[in-house]
Design a protein around this ligand. Sequence first.
Ligand code: COA
Length: 413
Amino acid sequence: MSKALEGVRVLDMTHVQSGPTCTQLLAWLGADVIKVERPGTGDITRGQLRDLPDVDSLYFTMLNGNKRSITLNPKEPRGKEIFTRLIETCDVMVENFAPGAIDRMGFPWERIQEINPRMIYASVKGFGPGAYEDCKVYENVAQCTGGAATTTGFDDGPPLVTGAQIGDTGTGLHLAIGIVSALYQRVSSGRGQRVVCAMQDGVLNLCRVKLRDQQRLTHGPLTEYPQYPNGSFGEAVPRAGNASGGGQPGWAVKCKGGGPNDYIYVIIQPPGWAPLMRIIGRPELIDDPEWATPAARLPKLDQCFAMIEEWTLTRSKFEVMAILNAEDVPCGPILSMKEIAEDESLRATGTVVEVDHPTRGKYLTVGNPIKMSDSPAEVARSPLLGEHTDEILGGLLGLTPREIAAAREEGAV
Ligand code: COA
């Protein structure tokens, strides 16, 4: 079966996480992704957080599946020639180096356009134009500057970053949307374009409910937050603990077992109140005006969830999940990474995939979360450093073995 992005060739100048997430997604969607890496060392993550000696790290392998790897130094004269040829033959170029790095290689946007006016040139940067535009940025810097850290955690604790890589992977996903949109626009315009996504902006986009709450705050307390009604609100949106970010209250309550993940998140939708109260043995509260409406419950959400917890403590999180869902009460067990890795349904849907690697052996990776009926994603292992250098130089660019050998001797590949 064909793939959505079949025929699209991507010149992948990405490293670490944000850029590689984007290009891995494009590869799952069928693009031919050519990852350009520095000769000898490659993407720095190949060697970071290694669990096995001398083997590409899981950090690298889980972000670079389905790609081809070529080593190339565009700073060397012959490397520049090869890089120029690659720009000519590719549709999309993606990079996430520090600001100005590609320009310093001799390839500013104007030059790239000159070489290939149809090129879509996409970048992740830490910040947009302004005071911080030249700064280097990693995941947690973006979480802190994009509104995630200030709004995560409990009221009496420090700001917290989340385990979800919303700065890196989140921005990579934003960038991928920009790229496929630019590819679509190119069909009618015939021209490529510049696509840039700042990590601060990407995080803020994912934190938009908190900017919503900032504005609500000027009109009164945030009644679904745990600070209401007894705590106090300052000038900025406070940390909301496990309160739901939406219109229906929710909280993580403890379950039987007492382990760090023996919790379930329960949401009280208005239609769920009656079944919930029946299940936990408090049917008298179903119609009690002190409890029966969302407005009546808001000032005592802590008591609501305490009552629910008294019952959930008597069941495992999976039993609670089964019982509440049978009555259409939305809830979700806190699944540990171990449980997720072993989850059979995630394996069955291809969301968790086992792949085989020539030096590492089998490893688990997260497959494409986007399921498309006419473009199935087949998850393949990551490439070894420079595994496809000869294939790309010879097969795609038509260099002779002698030219390839010369480029290698000069340190260009
Ligand atoms: N051959 C030769 N040199 C290469 C190369 C190649 N194939 N690929 C990259 N390089 C060089 C670059 O030209 C640059 O050199 P220069 O600074 O002399 O111009 C250098 O390698 C890489 O630079 P840099 O991006 O500054 O790496 P870093 O490790 O110091 O910083 C980040 C890492 C992530 C902080 C930085 O790249 C960044 O801020 N990126 C944008 C935001 C981002 O994506 N952050 C999320 C990362 S998950």
